[in-house]
Every structure is written in structure tokens, then in C-alpha cells.
Design a protein around this ligand. Structure first.
Ligand code: NCD
Ligand code: ZN
Length: 347
């Protein structure tokens, strides 16, 4: 048996949803993560400071007693977002970051940004006050192949934006390509990137080879193997610009297993165990703490957690459920397609 102790991790990109789904999934994240950046793509989205206050209250009300968890709220950027409202939310600690979804890029992104020029004033204001921008980095142009949308976004949107507003702190979320990794490496320290657990483990074959497997479908979609290897290298390198954002994004099974299934992988329950497996496989267990617990807070200018987490490697494979039950319906858990021997030790 092997064990490692790390500072308690944070999740820098998480979908908690609302209502019964929120109640069902929150305990899984709160059991392992001290803090999480909460995605604002509800219907309707979390746009104003008052929306974030109300959503945060619903999250805290859904938190089981005895679990400590701090939701770090984000505001959904629209073309009509009010810069004064956003600045006040940041100033008062109501919102930690703003989220940019190109309109139509992913689940519930219809109110996102169509024309980046319309939000330039807002982004300049954020640069002034030091508020970070979380970016869903995919173009939505129907003529661009879905596997190329991240790389094209870097050239067409992200790089011009960084040149225009160099002082803006940006997180390129859930990078899935070697181009994404290379771009972050080539930039200064104001550009960081989150990487999900599942993109370190699956490539596009998981979705498409030998039958279509909707539970591996998420956005950005998993790419070919060479990209997965580039992500593994970045995550396990210790490079401070790369940190964990699980993008755990629950949808009930009927909305995944149908003719037009939703994008999103739910991984909150076994993410830390899967990551321990990945880092062990790459002889990088000593850098898991950097990826999951240190680099994220450093980028956001926050202190790392004082609490600790112990991960234990069992001789026997650990049983994780195939799905979890929520009041909204069953949600299938990410299956890494290898036996998981790691588990988080509970006190
Ligand atoms: C997310 C969701 O379901 O909200 N889905 C996903 O595939 N990751 C949206 C997102 O982060 O793109
Ligand atoms: Zn997401």
C-alpha cells in the first residue's frame, strides 16, 4: 500500500447546476475540494452580481452539514454586461472571475459573446482592476471542423485579444490540444490554463471507436492521442501555468443517451483517484500537489489550502459507482477504462 499527502485541492472549473442536480452533485465535489470556480452557465445565466449572490446562497444551502466548501463565483459575460456591476462584484468578493463563452460554443451558451469588440471596454476594465477572465476557447464558426476549433480560436480570438489588452489575466480553460499547451507555454505569466482529468485519460477513440459512447462526449471534444500526451506532459511537468479544472459537468443519463446528447463528463466523485493513477503512471506523484493544489491558487493570487488530503493506493481495485443518483435523475460517472486503485482517505 502506498499513500501520499498533499494540500487539499481546489477545482478551478466546475459545473454544479441548480436545484435537485446541485443537491446531488455538490457533496461529491465538497468531499474532496476546498474551493471551486463555479461556472455560471445556468438557464438563465449568472450575469449580474445579484445573480451570483443568490446562486452562492443556493449552493451553501445545498451543502451537507460538516463539509467545508467555498464556491468562487463567476459572472457570465454577455454583450450587455454592465462593467460597474462586475467591478463592484469583484471589489466586494462576490465574483472571482468573468467567464467568456463564445455564443453557441457549448451547453447553455446562447447568451454568450458574438462580437468580442462589444466587450472590449469590459475586458479593459477587468485588466485595470486585476479581475481574471476564464475563456471557453473554441470558435463557433460552422465551417471550422470541431477538432480544430480550439487551435483556430487561439489564432483568431485569443492571441489578438492578448495583444490588444496585454494586462488582462486570462485562463484558457480545459485545454485539449498541443497547440493550446504550446501557446500557454509561449506566453507570459498572465496566461494560465486548466486541464481536466478526463482529457488526461481519454482520446477521441473513447467516444467513437467500437460504438458511440456519449458519456465521453464533452466540449471541447477529446482530440487525438498526440494531444492527450501533450496535456499529460503539461499537467505532470509542475509548470505553474497549468492547473486542475475538472469541468465536471453533470447531465442526467436520458439527456446523454439520446440522438442528440448533451456535452459534459461528470467526474467529481473519482477525479482525485484518477489523477493519482495518471501521475503515478508518469512517475510524477510528487507533482500532483502542484497541479491540483498549488498552481491554481498561485495563479488566482490566493493562498493554498492549509488542510491536507491523503490518497491511498490499495492492492485491490477500488469500487466506484457506475452512476450516482440525484433528485434530477441518474448521472453516469466518468469511467477511466482502467481499474482504479487509489482512493481519498476519509478521516
Ligand atoms: C459543459 C456543460 O455541460 O455545462 N459541458 C462540457 O462538455 N464541458 C459546458 C462547458 O464547459 O463547455
Ligand atoms: Zn465547463
Amino acid at each position: 500500500m502506498k499513500r501520499i499527502e498533499i494540500r487539499k485541492p481546489d477545482d478551478w472549473h466546475l459545473h454544479l447546476r441548480d436545484g435537485e442536480m446541485l443537491k446531488g452533485v455538490l457533496p461529491h465535489s465538497a468531499a474532496h475540494f476546498a474551493r471551486a470556480i463555479i461556472m455560471p452557465n445556468l438557464v438563465p445565466p449568472v450575469v449580474r452580481a445579484s445573480d451570483a449572490v443568490a446562486y452562492r446562497e443556493r449552493i451553501m444551502a445545498a451543502l451537507p452539514k460538516g463539509l467545508a466548501f467555498e464556491p468562487l463565483m463567476t459572472l457570465y459575460l454577455t454583450e450587455t454586461t454592465d462593467p460597474d456591476d462586475v467591478a463592484a462584484a469583484f471589489h466586494h468578493g462576490i465574483a472571482t472571475a468573468v467567464k467568456l463563452y463564445p455564443a453557441g460554443a457549448t451547453t447553455n451558451s446562447a447568451s454568450g459573446v458574438r462580437d468580442i469588440a462589444k466587450v472590449t471596454a469590459m475586458l479593459e476594465r477587468m485588466a485595470e482592476i486585476g479581475m481574471p477572465l476564464c475563456v471557453h476557447g473554441e470558435v463557433t464558426d460552422a465551417s471550422i471542423d470541431i477538432f480544430d476549433r480550439e487551435a483556430v480560436f487561439i489564432d483568431r480570438v485569443l492571441d489578438p485579444l492578448r495583444r490588444k489588452i496585454p494586462a488582462l489575466k486570462i485562463i484558457m480553460e480545459h485545454v485539449t490540444t498541443s497547440q493550446g499547451v504550446d501557446y500557454v507555454r509561449s506566453a507570459d505569466t498572465l496566461l494560465g490554463a486548466t486541464i481536466t482529468t478526463h482529457h488526461l485519460i481519454i482520446n477521441r477513440n473513447a467516444i467513437l471507436a467500437g460504438g458511440i459512447r456519449p458519456h465521453y462526449y464533452c466540449l471541447p471534444v477529446a482530440k487525438r492521442e498526440s494531444h492527450r500526451l501533450a496535456l499529460r506532459e503539461a499537467a505532470t511537468s509542475g509548470d505553474r501555468r497549468f492547473f486542475l479544472g475538472t469541468d465536471s459537468a453533470p447531465h442526467v443519463d436520458p439527456l446523454k443517451e439520446c440522438a442528440c446528447g448533451c456535452a459534459g463528463v461528470f467526474s467529481a466523485t473519482n477525479t482525485m483517484a484518477c489523477l493519482a493513477h495518471v501521475f503515478e503512471e508518469d512517475n510524477a506523484l510528487d507533482r500532483l500537489e502542484a497541479f491540483a493544489s498549488l498552481n491554481g491558487p498561485a495563479f488566482y493570487g490566493l493562498a493554498p489550502n492549509e488542510a491536507r488530503m491523503t490518497l491511498v493506493r490499495r492492492d485491490e481495485a477500488v469500487d466506484y459507482p457506475e452512476k450516482i443518483e440525484t433528485g434530477a435523475g441518474p448521472v453516469t460517472l466518468f469511467n477511466p477504462m482502467f481499474p482504479i486503485h487509489w482512493e481519498v482517505e476519509t478521516a
